[in-house]
Design a protein. Structure first.
Length: 181
């Protein structure tokens, strides 16, 4: 058949039924109608369950955001509460006008113990490497390199103690380090 003799399909014609389907009839068999009603019911249930689950996830996300916000806002509250006795002790020491040097020294030691206990309660650990220990760049900051009888890159002296919070460096220890020989 040549292209000239081939007729083009007309789009004005009624649509042909698809293969495997029958002409639509007005009467639907009872079992098909029951199955359709059951599927509509199941669809409604699943849609409702989906919407409820989606709302629950959104509520959980919102509550978690609120809790994180509150945790950030009040994270320092417990630490500040631990510092109040230290402040009270310092104010009490300053209120004594005729304190003897021994009283001031004793009060300073007591206040330092309070401060150390408060820091310890909040997992702030002192970092003071011993002389001769290996220099750790993750926990120490070398201020100078000096000749020493210690092996190379060993801590010679601690100029300022460092501090850790749990395992995180809050402030590195400032140290002098032995020079290579």
């Amino acid at each position: 058949m040549s292209d000239a003799t081939r007729s083009e399909p007309s789009f004005d014609a009624a649509p042909l039924p698809q293969a495997g389907t029958a002409e639509p009839t007005t009467a639907v068999p009872a079992d098909v109608a029951a199955e359709l009603a059951e599927l509509k019911q199941r669809h409604a249930e699943v849609s409702d369950a989906f919407l409820r689950a989606k709302a629950e996830v959104e509520n959980t996300r919102r509550r978690a955001e609120e809790e994180v916000s509150k945790a950030r806002k009040f994270a320092v509250e417990s630490f500040a509460e631990s510092m109040l006795p230290v402040k009270d002790s310092l104010e009490a020491a300053l209120a004594i006008e005729n304190a003897t040097p021994e009283q001031l020294r004793e009060g300073s030691h007591a206040t330092l113990r309070q401060l150390a206990q408060a820091l310890e309660r909040h997992k702030v650990v002192e970092l003071a490497p011993a002389a001769g220990s290996k220099f750790d760049p993750h926990q120490h900051q070398a201020i100078s390199v000096v000749p020493s009888e210690h092996e190379a890159n060993a801590v010679v002296a601690v100029l300022q103690k460092g501090y850790l919070i749990v395992d995180r460096v809050l402030r590195p220890a400032l140290v002098t380090v032995s020079a290579p020989k």
